[in-house]
Design a protein around this ligand. Structure first.
Ligand code: ARG
Length: 470
């Protein structure tokens, strides 16, 4: 088998070297993007008179045939053709003869592969924003159904203050909203055309990069040819954003796992999202959130991996850069799978409102509010804190909660207590007293849900404007 670059060589490539250096086993994932880029390049070559118009047309037809055969699974890629670029070129030449060899005029695999990666990632980013949107919608639906559900809020995993369950869920809506915003912002750095940079210095042919950019829907063209072929910061940025999404998913996973335990019983995940144990018949394991929590590690790994691949590489292209792909593909798959499953899992989970109420009634998370009550009566906060600390200790020693104490018992700790304390201590009062922007009072949470829904409409409009629905 002769190589497309075989001219200068007198020996066959060692078989092991061939296998070690080939990227076709994974970069075949870029087949669609590679052909898309080639179609635009060929059109430009014909338009600029760099190759005859009929050759450009023959190449176009040939590429479409090759694409069709790839889509039908008729083409078997070969390791000896190294990568997706040369595999496709070889099939093009097989399809239309030596004219196919004109496609690579004024182009290098270096600017070609960079272009493929930009095309690939800009699609995936839109898809991921759409998946984030779905997950946010599912969380908002659950929040809307739980604007009266009170649950203990925690710090240090100790019960701190009661909050609306809706408020807790909306915290994640905010996180995923920022994640979507980051991806949408990164789009403008992804949507830049490297093609035309050649191997590193540009090309001697009178190409028109702006025409190619327009054909491919790129907003801009890379300013510097060396930068165009050797930069992968747009992928690092994507991996960083993906890491943050996985981190958020992992925290939510942890909560879902805790909440489904017998100790909490706050929620129940749908049977379809859990699995059983091969030995313990009573078990229903939250495998999906556990696995998402676990897969967070591999995405962080890909981020550090690529940063390390890039560090110390001299300009411009080096073969090291071929290592930019597998981590990116794996990240896209991992992330898309997690987001898809989470949207469905959140939508189908059962919220055990009674159990949450029971938990709220059996804790001291209203303690801050009696301290605030005494402060309202003129006691310095620090002193009130001390008084309530003693009151809570009294309760613990006597097996009571604050709401169980008689007024006389309260008065042992301060003369300032009166009947109104019982109203102040009710979970609803405690929640609704936090009536500040961003707080857990019901009217604030309802307003926050409305704002989040408006935000989601803007995200949906962005997806519609940037998606490529074929
Ligand atoms: N398979 C290569 C990669 O993914 C394509 C670019 C090869 N360029 C080169 N000069 N060998 O990076």
């Amino acid at each position: 088998m002769s190589k497309l670059w075989g001219g200068r060589f007198t020996k066959q490539t060692d078989r092991l070297v061939e296998e070690y250096t080939a990227s076709i086993t994974f970069d075949k994932e870029l087949a669609e993007e590679d052909i898309e880029g080639s179609l635009a390049h060929a059109a430009m070559l014909g338009r600029q008179g760099i190759i005859p118009a009929e050759d450009a047309e023959a190449i176009r037809e040939g590429l479409l045939k090759v694409r069709d055969r790839i889509r039908k699974g008729e083409i078997e890629f070969s390791i000896s053709d190294e990568d997706i670029h040369m595999n496709i070129e070889k099939h093009l030449i097989e399809e239309i003869g030596p004219t196919g060899g004109k496609l690579h005029t004024g182009r290098s695999r270096n600017d070609q592969v960079a272009t493929d990666m930009h095309l690939y990632l800009r699609r995936r980013v839109v898809e991921i924003v759409e998946l984030l949107h779905k997950l946010q919608s599912a969380l908002i639906d659950q929040a809307k159904a739980n604007t009266d559900t009170i649950v203990p809020g925690y710090t240090h995993l100790q019960r701190a203050q009661p909050i609306l369950f809706a408020h807790h869920l909306m915290a994640y809506v905010s996180m995923f909203g920022r994640d979507a915003e980051r991806l949408m912002d990164s789009y403008k750095r992804i949507n830049v055309l490297p093609l035309g940079a050649g191997a590193l210095a540009g090309t001697t042919f009178p190409i028109d990069r702006h025409f190619v950019a327009e054909q491919l829907g790129f907003d801009r063209v890379y300013e510097n040819s060396l930068d165009a072929v050797s930069d992968r910061d747009f992928i690092v940025e994507f991996l960083a954003h993906a890491s943050l999404i996985m981190m958020h998913l992992s925290r939510l996973s942890e909560e879902l796992i805790l909440w489904s335990s017998t100790e909490f019983r706050f929620i129940e995940l749908d049977d379809a999202f859990c699995t059983g144990s091969s030995i313990m018949p009573q078990k229903k394991n939250p495998d999906v959130p556990e696995l998402v929590r676990g897969k967070t590690g591999r995405v962080y790994g890909h981020l550090i991996g690529l940063l390390t691949v890039l560090k110390s590489q001299p300009l411009a292209y080096n073969k090291d850069m071929q290592e930019d792909k597998e981590g990116m593909f794996d990240t896209v798959r991992t992330l898309q799978g997690a987001l898809q499953l989470f949207a469905q899992m959140i939508a189908t989970m059962t919220v055990n409102k009674d159990r949450m109420r029971e938990a709220v009634n059996q804790d001291f998370s209203n303690a801050t509010d009696i301290a605030d009550f005494l402060v309202g009566k003129g006691m310095p906060f620090r002193q009130a804190h001390e008084v309530i600390g003693k009151t809570v200790l009294y309760c613990i020693r006597n097996g009571k909660y604050l709401l169980d104490l008689t007024l006389d018992e309260f008065r042992q700790f301060s003369e300032l207590f009166d009947e109104r304390i019982y109203e102040v201590l009710k979970p609803e009062s405690v929640v609704n007293a936090r009536d500040v922007y961003g707080g857990t009072a019901k009217p604030q949470v309802i307003a926050a849900i409305a704002r989040a829904e408006q935000e989601l409409e803007r995200t949906a409009a962005w997806v519609a404007a940037h998606g490529e629905s074929e």
